[in-house]
Design a protein around this ligand. Structure first.
Ligand code: NAP
Length: 462
């Protein structure tokens, strides 16, 4: 195994990573990178098994990712034959890292233990720490012996669908595979680290016109929104369709808006502040509902919903776009699902991938069956869908909604921002990249897409 061959000569500390980093930043050739020894340990963000009960008895909002997410060096595991090491230049915060960090709905160590029981290579994952993160952009620095399509030196982004290609159930739509997992959430060695371990079938080309941090924030949310709204596996938007998008300036929503516009649909974005509303307009979403201003009270109390409030939302949508939404893009869950089912048009579809506010959902089933509506469940994307979603970024048809960038050491702070809905779009995390702005190799394409468009979400950049 390549790991064992090299182990004797490896640097032990990340301080000694600088040679590799300098070579990557300088655009060194694959041959040159292959000559540079990899360290035995890597800086990484992780939660510890011993901490999994630390928030017992607290409300979700009081469970603090800044307390549970640690940044320290951990051993780099051996490389399986179908894997690569990626020197991670940048990563991003996804909501699944928030879930892991507050140990809800379950501690993720159960996922690792299950993976650990499946194979010799799986055993590496069942550790007392869980390195998190489900997005990454970086450079391939070693490849396993079975890797065919990628080589050392390739600049890549990473999608998080982790499947076992020896499982027959993974060979139609791999999201239907019985052992499908999300990398960095249901597996160890995720993207919030300087070195990540990635299956070769998670790799995609890095968009050449983007910086590392812009390239790192797309794969998870963009691919999820793509499957929900573009792929035939979701609720594909047709020209002229009206699409209600909850959280339209958030991670998923910012991609959903762009996919709806690209398909010739009409997005109606819901947000919770006037600054988010303005942001959406800059993204091209003309129809925006500010739920903070409208003060919808879908729930009268913990057990009772108010149909007149659903009706008020429906009226607001019709006053903007003239008819009920053909599709509702759902993810808040318990707070909004009753309203979503109600406002969808007769024969319309509610496509859902999450339940941020609670997963025990209630809606009035009469509105579903009498008006022939469909609720469609969706989860991340298969490799084909992730690749197509990435191509939209590569071509500049979809832009990254990067709003802020934190250093790896401050991942807990960044996760806290997302947990408390204090962010917009996506938060990027700098891993090996020494500063923002690096990694653009096609400035002409960048200029063609437009600096203004690429930085719509960067208020802090003026
Ligand atoms: P995000 O960046 O936090 O955005 C979510 C947006 O939803 C927020 O910006 C907020 O927008 C809105 N929102 C939150 N709570 C709400 C409520 N109670 N009522 C109405 N709107 C609410 O998160 P994200 O990355 O888009 O992810 C959203 C959810 O999807 C998370 O639970 C995540 O775990 C899940 N997810 C699932 C998949 C999958 O493959 N299954 C993939 C990605 C994400 P406003 O405050 O502006 O309205």
């Amino acid at each position: 195994m390549p790991w064992n061959d090299e182990a004797g000569s490896r640097p032990t500390s990340l301080a000694q990573m600088s040679e590799l980093l300098e070579a990557v930043v300088a655009g060194a050739s694959g041959e040159a990178l292959a000559e540079i020894p990899l360290p035995r340990s890597t800086r990484a963000v992780f939660v510890r098994r011993e901490d999994q009960d630390m928030f017992e008895g607290l409300d979700s909002r009081d469970k603090d990712p800044r307390k549970s997410l640690r940044v320290d060096e951990v051993a780099v595991p051996e490389l399986a034959p179908d894997e690569v090491y990626v020197a991670v230049m940048a990563s991003s915060i996804n909501f699944n890292t928030v879930w892991t960090s507050i140990f809800e709905p379950l501690p993720t160590f159960g996922f690792l233990d299950r993976l650990g029981s499946e194979s010799i290579w799986g055993r590496r994952h069942a550790l007392d720490y869980h390195v998190v993160g489900s997005d990454a952009a970086g450079v391939v620095v070693r490849v396993g012996s079975l890797v065919r399509n990628w080589k050392v030196g390739d600049e890549v982004t990473v999608h998080c669908n982790y499947v076992d290609d020896q499982d027959p159930s993974s060979h139609d739509d791999s999201m239907l595979a019985s052992n499908q997992r999300i990398w960095g959430f249901e597996t160890n060695f995720g993207g919030l680290a300087d070195i990540a371990v990635v299956k070769a079938n998670q790799l995609m080309p890095k968009p050449t016109h983007l910086t590392w941090e812009e390239a790192a924030v797309n794969a998870l949310c963009n691919s999820t929104a793509y499957r929900m709204l573009v792929s035939r596996n979701g609720a594909p938007v047709r020209e002229g369709d009206k699409v209600l998008i909850w959280g339209a300036s958030g991670g998923l929503g910012a991609f959903a808006v762009q996919h709806v516009l690209n398909a010739g649909g009409v997005p109606v974005g819901v947000v919770s502040s006037s600054s988010k509303a303005a942001l959406l307009k800059r993204l091209g979403c003309e129809n925006v509902i500010n739920r903070e201003e409208k003060q919808y009270h879908f729930w009268q109390d913990e057990h009772t919903q108010d149909e007149s409030e659903w009706r008020r939302l429906g009226k607001d949508i019709r006053s903007l776009v003239g008819s009920d939404p053909d599709i509702v893009f759902e993810h808040p869950g318990r707070s909004t699902m009753g309203a979503s089912v109600f406002v969808a048009k007769r024969g319309g579809t509610i496509v859902t991938c999450a339940a941020t506010s609670g997963y025990m959902i209630e809606y009035d089933n009469r509105h579903l069956w009498m008006r022939l509506k469909t609720i469609k469940g969706s989860h991340f994307s298969n490799y084909r869908e992730a690749w197509s979603a990435n191509q939209a970024i590569v071509d500049g048809r979809v832009v990254p909604p990067l709003s802020a960038v934190f250093p790896l050491e401050e991942t807990g702070e960044a996760a806290f921002e997302v947990q408390h809905n204090r962010h917009e779009g996506k938060i990027g995390i700098l891993c090996l990249a020494p500063r923002e702005g690096l990694g653009v190799s096609d400035p002409a394409l960048r200029a063609a897409v437009g600096e203004d468009r690429l930085t719509i979400f960067r208020h802090d950049k003026g």
